[in-house]
Design a protein around this ligand. Structure first.
Ligand SMILES: Nc1ncnc2c1ncn2[C@@H]1O[C@H](COP(=O)(O)OP(=O)(O)OP(=O)(O)O)[C@@H](O)[C@H]1O
Ligand SMILES: [Mg+2]
Length: 349
């Protein structure tokens, strides 16, 4: 029988009396793209931090290639061949791409050689990076590339990605999937956390579902529907969320005004007062894409540093520059979902 690359056996992690992970078993095989699914707070990040040596389990053990391992920290995990791309980036904004990568590498190679390898490898995997560029100049997608390339530079056998697409544009997501498929073809295992069930069905051949810190099931997500996966995650049927017919939205409770609307000029005078009084909402209800729509830009950039996504009652779209342009309206489906018809797992704002 095929031996798992990594096994988490009966892993429990308590924070005080709270069990974030409760007796979880997980097997990941080489060349497998394995999804880890669950609602917010289900315990996904806690489990992968244990696998990466960032957290110590309260009880249970990890086995890597059949051998019990105790990971004193991420360096020990990296030495085994485990790499991780975090949900929240850990980059120094004022340092360059190469300096950030150097800080996270344990290879000890000379800086110039490492910079050259970084540029070559990033281009080779279709995630191009300029080593000398400062991080504060980069978009969210480019920042994530640094994290991915940094992990790839250690030639991992297992790459863990914690919600990698939540900060990416659709084009950046497509490029990431090309890279992930290539990594799988190279014989690497991928542990992939995502709330986007259509992505999981397209990418992964195994999925483990957590709920309330417990493992609920391991299945082949390609044989499931988005609804059946969501049901396992939540423990109940998920109804379709839509605005009640004819329902009037009230006065906006939270409005962010765009300092740089489409005209390129800051909103001012009458336009500002118009928005401030909420008068634009009638127009917005009629057509979210109408010129009268209050286009807004989140500052700091939405999810730029792994912030939570905006409330489901606003439509938002990540742009190439990493900012989130959202429209404050009543209850509407996120525009990205309406356009692509994608299904997103339940995600509490
Ligand atoms: N250091 C900590 N101290 C106390 N509680 C924690 C700690 N880290 C996580 N938790 C709690 O453990 C539970 C699981 O958190 P975790 O981050 O693993 O969830 P998750 O499945 O990754 O959720 P999300 O989808 O929101 O990222 C949550 O209730 C969280 O508040
Ligand atoms: Mg998490």
């Amino acid at each position: 029988m095929r031996e798992p690359l990594l096994s988490a056996v009966n892993i429990t992690k308590r924070f005080g009396t709270f069990a974030a992970n409760d007796a979880i078993d997980l097997d990941i095989y080489g060349t497998e793209t394995h999804a880890l699914l669950g609602e917010n707070g289900a315990g996904k990040s806690t489990l992968v931090k244990i696998i990466y040596g960032l957290l110590q389990p309260t009880s249970g053990e990890l086995r890597f290639m059949g051998r019990k391992v105790e990971l004193a920290g991420p360096a020990a995990a990296r030495a085994l061949g485990i790499g991780m791309v975090f949900q929240h980036f850990s980059l120094f904004e004022n340092l360059t791409v190469a300096e950030n990568v150097a800080l996270g590498l344990s290879t000890g190679e000379p800086f110039n050689a490492m910079s050259k390898r970084l540029a070559d490898l990033s281009h080779d995997y279709g995630l191009p990076l300029e080593p000398a560029r400062e991080v504060w100049r980069l978009s969210v997608g480019e920042r994530q590339r640094i994290e991915i390339v940094r992990a790839l530079m250690q030639n991992p056998k297992l790459l863990i990605l914690d919600e990698p697409t939540s900060v990416l544009t659709p084009q950046e997501c497509d490029q990431l999937f090309v890279t992930l498929r290539r990594l799988k073809n190279e014989g690497r295992a991928i542990l992939y956390i995502s709330h986007k069930l259509d992505e999981v069905k397209a990418l992964c051949e195994t999925a483990t579902i957590l709920r309330g810190g417990k493992k609920i099931s391991t299945c082949d997500p390609r044989l499931e529907t988005a609804a059946s996966l969501a049901r396992m995650m939540v423990g109940a049927d998920i109804g379709e969320v839509r605005a009640a017919a004819g329902r009037k939205t009230g006065i906006p409770r939270f409005v962010i005004r765009d300092p740089h609307p489409r005209s390129g000029r800051p909103a001012r005078g009458a336009a500002r007062r118009h928005l401030a009084r909420g008068q634009g909402r009638r127009d917005r209800r009629q057509s979210p894409a109408s010129p009268a729509t209050a286009r807004t830009s989140c500052s700091p950039p939405c999810r730029a540093n792994g912030n939570r996504p905006g409330p489901t009652t606003s439509s938002s779209t990540a742009t190439q520059s990493g900012t989130c342009r959202s429209t404050t309206v009543g209850v509407v489906a996120p525009r990205s979902c309406r356009r692509s018809g994608s299904v997103t797992a339940p995600h509490r704002a």
